[in-house]
Design a protein around this ligand. Structure first.
Ligand code: G3P
Ligand code: MG
Length: 244
């Protein structure tokens, strides 16, 4: 039983910021999940939405802005005055922080346009190679199976997790095709039989995004391995592990 701080523990600090990642580390989380896409000048940046409106004081599509423009935005003030001047982090900054704080990183490859697939995957790969990040400290995840196939071919040593909303009938074929490590599904739709099938087939089973432990009390019994949650702090008192 383990916990991942979703977008860095996004109930504690503005999601997908260095402040959020630091909070997750302070809590003792082993894993954070981040969303990665490209700026127009091809820098992998950590932000969830296709546009910057919700989580910054700017406007426009992430893919239409340079890194400098993205960095000029305040990514913390929307969450609280104490986070004023927080910035959209790059993947590089995030992986450096993760190294310094002993966090492992679930890199969600966020593809809003299929045409960006090769470039986004290549730029992510380059950052990981340049920083010489240990494969064991990273997990790639994506709703886009083609992106995971690309990474399987180009960085096979890094584990892959397939993201789905509901579990499709051909899930085992999909997982086999990418030699997946894990399946990540929406906890709301998961059924006991499906969970047992995934576990019996040898895969790790992750659930997103249960924001209270009570929502997933049965899921642990079904064998779910990881909860990806905005509120990792809520799990502290119920888990008997030193780290989560
Ligand atoms: O990794 C689980 C979760 O992050 C997938 O959905 O939209 O929050 O990126 P989303
Ligand atoms: Mg995500």
């Amino acid at each position: 039983m383990k916990i991942t701080a979703h977008r860095g523990g996004s109930s504690l600090a503005p999601e997908n910021t260095l402040a959020a990642f630091n909070k997750a580390a302070e809590l003792g989380c082993e894993w954070i999940e981040i969303d990665v896409q490209l700026s127009i000048d091809e820098v992998p940046v950590v932000i969830h939405d296709q546009t910057v409106e919700r989580c910054t004081d700017g406007s426009g599509a992430v893919s239409s802005m340079t890194l400098d423009s993205l960095k000029s935005l305040d990514a913390g003030l929307w969450f609280g005055e104490e986070f004023r001047d927080e910035r959209i982090p790059t993947l590089e900054e995030t992986l450096l922080l993760a190294r310094n704080t002993n966090l492992n990183v679930n890199i969600e490859i966020k593809l809003y346009r299929q045409d960006d697939l090769v470039l986004l995957c290549e730029k992510i790969k380059k950052v990981i190679i340049d920083l010489d990040v240990e494969a064991s400290q990273i997990l790639f995840s994506s709703f886009n199976i083609e992106a995971l196939k690309y990474m399987q071919y180009h960085q096979p040593q890094i584990r892959r997790g397939l993201l789905v909303e509901t579990i499709p009938a051909n899930v085992l074929l999909l997982l086999a095709e990418i030699e997946a490590y894990s399946l990540h599904c929406n906890y709301v739709f998961l059924k006991e039989q499906q969970a047992k099938l995934i576990k019996k087939s040898g895969y790790q089973l992750y659930c997103y995004t249960p924001n209270s432990p009570q929502q997933v009390s049965q899921h642990w019994d079904w064998g779910v391995d990881m909860m990806i949650t905005d509120v990792p702090q809520a799990y502290i008192n119920i888990l008997t592990y030193d780290k989560f």
